[in-house]
Ligand binder design. Structure first.
Ligand SMILES: [Zn+2]
Ligand SMILES: [Zn+2]
Length: 266
């Protein structure tokens, strides 16, 4: 408790309202603050010299694979091995999804998985600062302006148990300037089995008709971004997109923190 009071004192007096560091004595306060509360890399835990909350050391940062071209322009699957030009992946060609475009910040790995687990299941919300840093380095900008930003909903029972919806919190850090557009237009009507335990086919059946539009939501001709933590097979976000497209949405795009890309996928 006392540590919190000291922390807030330093934060208040060493920072300007916009978060920028104050000059002169503010710098000294920051130095003392860093001495009392040394910062550690959020991934490996190594002590690092004065830096922002949520920071990741250079070594860990280099381990993240930020998704970029060549990729599938639809689902964002990065062609890790084959290279060449961007082109539609087999999955998107054989079964075009309801969303027009999906992009993820990094490839799913043990490192990002550990952080997501810590955030989701241990409720470490301070990691949102880390995810914001990662997202700032990436998040391929869309040329479409969203009317609404929709977090993938959790079932009521799951929210009660966890206390928060991770996708809603991620939406806030991914789209800081457009927070006012975050809208809970979808609801989850089935409390599905945790996805990690199911294979592709089971996952699809498990999630079928899992979502519906919240009564009274109007999405006709709207451009909507869906936000989730992990893009595994795309089934979850595609089920969400299906509901929105069927209700008349003009375009649905997807943003996730991490995308699972199998070694042999591309
Ligand atoms: Zn590190
Ligand atoms: Zn694709």
């Amino acid at each position: 408790m006392e540590a919190d009071v000291i922390k807030s004192f330093f934060v208040k007096y060493s920072r300007k309202k916009n978060g920028a560091r104050k000059s002169h004595y503010g710098k000294w306060l920051q130095a003392i603050y860093d001495l009392i509360f040394p910062k550690r890399c959020r991934s490996c835990g190594v002590l690092i010299k004065s830096c922002e909350d949520g920071y990741i050391c250079d070594l860990c940062f280099e381990k993240f694979i930020f998704l970029k071209e060549p990729h599938c322009p639809v689902c964002g699957l990065m062609f890790l091995k084959t290279g060449g030009d961007s082109h539609k992946c087999g999955e998107c060609r054989s079964k075009p999804p309801y969303f027009s475009r999906a992009r993820s910040v990094v490839r799913y790995s043990d490192d990002i998985g550990k952080l997501i687990h810590q955030f989701k299941f241990n409720g470490d919300l301070s990691l949102l600062a880390t995810f914001a840093i990662l997202a700032e380095k990436s998040l391929a900008k869309s040329s479409y302006r969203a009317d609404y930003i929709v977090p993938v909903p959790l079932h009521g029972a799951r929210i009660k148990e966890r206390g928060f919806n991770q996708s809603a919190l991620l939406a806030k850090v991914f789209f800081k300037a457009e927070r006012h557009k975050i809208c809970h237009l979808l609801e989850r009507i089935k409390n599905s089995t945790p996805r990690i335990k199911l294979d592709g086919v089971e996952r699809r059946q498990n999630l079928r008709n899992c979502f519906r539009l919240v009564a009274g939501s109007a999405v006709k001709d709207k451009v909507i971004y869906i936000v989730d933590d992990v893009y595994t097979t795309g089934t979850t976000v595609n089920e969400c997109a299906k509901v929105l497209v069927k209700a008349g949405a003009r375009r649905v795009e997807v943003f996730t923190l991490a995308m699972v890309i199998k070694e042999n996928a591309a």
